[in-house]
Design a protein around this ligand. Structure first.
Ligand SMILES: Cc1cc2nc3c(=O)[nH]c(=O)nc-3n(C[C@H](O)[C@H](O)[C@H](O)COP(=O)(O)OP(=O)(O)OC[C@H]3O[C@@H](n4cnc5c(N)ncnc54)[C@H](O)[C@@H]3O)c2cc1C
Length: 460
């Protein structure tokens, strides 16, 4: 249906120096017109993958859409820096599970190249063994103990932090096996789910689904995904949304200097931003959504990229695992990210408590901490010639890396977030995806779902 010109003006924004001035000058939900297809006007808050996916579907369906993004770039938690032709992904690196993954489809359609990596392509170090190499058989025994404790953790009457599960696995094990159990927990649990063991739910931490088919990085960097999604969209950068009001007739979205009226709003800001209360919502979100925002956890996974003069590590593998010697920080996972391009770069991960401490550490402190553990495997590792450290927890527009299932939460909380508030206010973003939280594909699908809901509610 072509626009009947009966809807309110969209984005005919009132510019004022303060939010109050903007509000005073803006007639909330006043009548004017949308100029596109279905006569529907939508504000999307956040130009990450969820927001851009929602905006793209709405725009293609004929709605008029403005995306308000606080940063001076799009992409949110997908961010790429290119140094001398080499792409460093500061946020998401991998398409996890290539088969049937909507990100794979998008990347293929855009003609982007993939760099497949394999977790089986790995070498492990343990300074406690005679030859310094990780003992695979001992690791398998430690893994079996941890698996059994995790299984038992699903069955308890009351949920508990995963730390207790890991402690139960380690109790009764030999000292060397207990070290391997803690190594596995840091690598396979904390580095995967980002939350600290002391906060992750033993019942729900690994509840989400996934795709088959191995993992791949994107040649040239992940930031190309949001760029593809943003094509043709009206994205306003530097637009920090401070307040959202909603009612039966429409919504009013405010930044410090502007107010936007529309039929509906889709908020895609990260869970950490919702938790911070940085955006005032009026009337407040219903109880179920507030409980979900408070109940789910926001984890921190940080990265350190270290550029060296030359490769000193085993460059025939994708992954290097290091069992941290006592007293050293658990920089347990390293990726030889420069392999495909022949660049001597290593990427190390810090999650859980270590991830959060990196937020407050200087680059020098991070290098000292990471290098100490790396040198337990490669004693002659030199100082890096360049270093790049992420601090996602300290980033005011992320306030963490991705959501996790905290003790006391349950997966239905994500459905509560996804449900929307009436017809006018919708939430999207990785934390609202019950099936694929904490991922780019979850964000993408959540944005598509929110767009579909808006069109279903208001589109005809
Ligand atoms: C270090 C790290 C590694 C990761 N690795 C992977 C991986 O390998 N594979 C994978 O699938 N996923 C990975 N993830 C997770 C993935 O990046 C996220 O799940 C996904 O990008 C989230 O997209 P989103 O659209 O939900 O949120 P975001 O990308 O965070 O988008 C939300 C947007 O809202 C904006 N915003 C915030 N506040 C305001 C405001 N007040 N006003 C206006 N705009 C605002 C933000 O700037 C941001 O652009 C990783 C994340 C991190 C941090």
């Amino acid at each position: 249906m072509m626009n009947d010109m009966s809807r309110r003006q969209f984005g005919a924004v009132v510019v004022g120096s303060t939010a109050a001035a903007a509000l005073a000058a803006c007639t909330p939900f006043g009548a004017a017109s949308s100029t596109r297809g279905v006569g529907l006007t939508v504000i999307v808050v956040g130009a990450g993958v969820a927001g851009l996916a929602a905006a793209r579907d709405l725009y293609r369906s004929g709605a008029e859409v403005i995306v308000l993004e606080a940063r001076d770039r799009i992409g949110g938690r997908t961010a790429t820096i290119v140094r001398e032709g080499f792409a460093l992904d500061l946020g998401a690196s991998w398409i996890h599970g290539l088969d049937g993954n909507p990100v794979t489809e998008l990347v293929n359609d855009a003609g982007l190249g993939l760099i497949e990596t394999d977790v089986e392509s790995a070498i492990g170090f343990d300074a406690a063994t005679a030859d310094g190499v990780l003992d695979d058989a001992a690791l398998a025994r430690a893994g079996a103990r941890l698996d059994a404790a995790v299984e038992a953790g699903y069955e308890t009457e009351v949920d508990q932090p995963l730390q207790r599960v890991v402690d139960a696995a380690a109790s009764g094990a030999s000292a060397s096996e207990a070290r391997l159990i803690r190594y596995l927990a840091a690598s396979a649990i904390e580095n995967e789910y980002a939350g600290p063991l002391s906060e992750l739910s033993a019942w729900w931490f690994d509840e989400a689904g996934g795709y088959d088919g191995g993992d791949a990085m994107i040649e040239g960097g992940y930031a190309q995904v949001p760029e593809v999604l943003a094509d043709e969209l009206d994205v306003r950068l530097g637009a920090v949304v401070t307040a959202v009001s909603w009612g039966d007739d429409g919504v009013l979205v405010q930044t410090a200097s502007e107010s936007f009226e529309a039929d509906a709003v889709i908020m895609t800001v990260p869970l950490g931003v919702l938790q911070s209360g940085a955006i005032a919502v009026d009337p407040p979100l219903p109880e179920a959504q507030q409980a979900a925002i408070a109940g789910l956890g926001m984890g921190v996974l940080n990265k350190v990229f270290m550029l060296f003069d030359e490769v000193f590590w085993d460059d025939s593998v994708d992954w290097i695992g290091i069992v941290p010697p006592d007293g050293l920080d658990p920089w347990v996972d390293w990726v030889t990210v420069g392999r495909a391009d022949d660049v001597p770069v290593l990427l190390g991960f810090a999650a859980g408590d270590l991830g959060r401490s990196v937020d407050a550490m200087s680059d020098e402190q991070v290098v000292a901490s990471a290098l100490a553990t790396l040198r337990s495997a490669y004693p002659s590792a030199p100082e890096p010639i360049e270093v790049l450290v992420t601090r996602w927890g300290a980033d005011e527009f992320a306030r963490g890396s991705y959501s996790f299932a905290a003790v006391g939460s349950d997966p239905e909380m994500r459905d509560d977030l996804a449900a929307g508030v009436g017809e006018r206010l919708h939430l999207a973003g990785e934390a609202t995806s019950r099936e694929h939280p904490s991922t780019v594909h979850g964000a993408l699908l959540s944005g598509r779902r929110a767009a579909e809901n808006v069109l279903g509610d208001l589109g005809s």
